[in-house]
Design a protein around this ligand. Structure first.
Ligand code: SF4
Length: 370
């Protein structure tokens, strides 16, 4: 059974009712042995778990240090193109937004690589809008040939591709694919994705399986927090994670928890996820999955990021530009979303060290995996 089939069997209304009727006794039961148990994940994401935040934090920190030691992995996004054939009303790259569109040439990619290497990075995330005719697999294969020799670990966050296309990219050194569902509520998804291939909810939902079938080392899931009820979206993501881990146990998994940020032509969030809510999500997922990598972007404020570094997060970006060509040429004009934390990578590394942790510029585990 595919996850799309399994997902269609899930009764989201019933799960939502359970989330909001969970009792303190159920949360306490979940805290005893939450690992891999979706019922416990539901309880830990529920409003009833809020008074247990301190207890969850202590367990989350201990588990994170046990599994990941003092390491915090640093990565940086490289935006290849802001061309996009989709309309997503929360994103500055939407096709109807009047922006100067830019797709990096070979020379511009090389200039970005040079600028990023000077910052010290060895782990990179390639990002593009979704425009498969102009920025499709042929473009990516060529880009990887230029970029991969300079980086130990290479991840991509682009449009969903076919299994054979992921295989082609794996041959060029692709290590990880980030594929965020944005929201697991089909009606809300349809409201926010109004033009282009991204309207196809099921195609996006099935894409992580294609990545796994192509044998890519790591798969990243995510929701855009604020589009719909974050508790239910997080729970649905837990269901997908659980499905993938059981079926594709050779892959590693990560999650990303971006909150909706202002952007050109964008919308205001339907639901606000507070800082405490974000902490609850991180702790709930750490207790649910001890090996899970949890990624933090520069969307969050410096004050909150500094707090989260020590509380269960394992991967973070710093010094990010969301403009194609933004590292070699630092004029700001084409942002996908606003960045809250614009401190330099070395400033962030100093904060990490001051917390007794170690900034790690390579994804060593990627080297060890086969
Ligand atoms: S979220 Fe992605 S697909 Fe949607 S408009 Fe932005 S870049 Fe395009």
């Amino acid at each position: 059974m595919s996850f799309v089939e399994q997902f269609s069997d899930l009764n989201r209304d019933a799960l939502s009712m359970q989330l909001y009727s969970t009792t303190a006794e159920q949360v306490e039961a979940a805290l005893i042995n939450p690992r891999g148990d979706l019922t416990s994940l539901l309880a830990l994401l529920s409003p009833a778990a809020e008074p247990y935040l301190e207890q969850m934090a202590q367990a989350s920190v201990a588990l994170t240090r046990q599994r990941f030691g003092a390491a915090l992995n640093m990565y940086i996004p490289l935006y290849l193109s802001n061309l996009c054939a989709n309309e997503c009303d929360y994103c500055g790259f939407s096709m109807s937004n009047k922006l100067k569109r830019k797709t990096l040439t070979d020379d511009e990619i090389s200039a970005e690589v040079k600028a990023i290497k000077q910052l010290g990075y060895d782990s990179i995330l390639l990002v593009s809008g979704e425009h498969e005719t102009k920025v499709g697999v042929d473009y990516f294969v060529n880009a990887l040939k230029i970029i991969k020799p300079h980086f130990n670990y290479l991840a991509m966050e682009v449009q969903p591709l076919a299994t054979d296309e992921y295989r082609q990219l794996k041959q060029q050194g692709l290590d990880a694919v980030m594929l965020y569902q944005e929201t697991y509520q089909p009606q809300t998804y349809a409201q926010h994705h109004t033009r282009g291939k991204k309207r196809d909810f099921a195609n996006r939902l099935s894409a992580p399986e294609r990545v796994a079938e192509a044998g890519v080392d790591k798969i990243g899931l995510g929701v855009l927090l604020g589009l719909d009820d974050w508790r239910l979206d997080a729970l649905m993501m837990g269901h997908q994670l659980s499905y993938l881990e059981q079926k594709y146990w050779r892959s590693r998994y990560s999650i990303s928890l971006p909150r909706l940020r202002p952007c050109t032509g964008g919308i205001t969030p339907k639901t606000m996820l507070t800082d405490r809510g974000l902490l609850q999500m991180i702790f709930a997922f750490r207790l649910f999955n001890h090996e899970l990598e949890i990624s933090l972007s520069t969307r969050e404020t410096p004050a909150l990021r500094d707090k989260l570094f020590a509380l269960g997060v394992t991967h973070l970006s710093a010094g990010s530009s969301t403009q194609p060509g933004g590292y070699a040429n630092q004029q700001r004009q084409l942002d996908q979303f606003e960045i809250s934390d614009d401190r330099s990578p070395s400033q962030i590394a100093n904060v990490i060290r001051s917390l007794g942790l170690t900034p790690v510029w390579k994804d060593w585990q990627g080297q060890w995996s086969c």
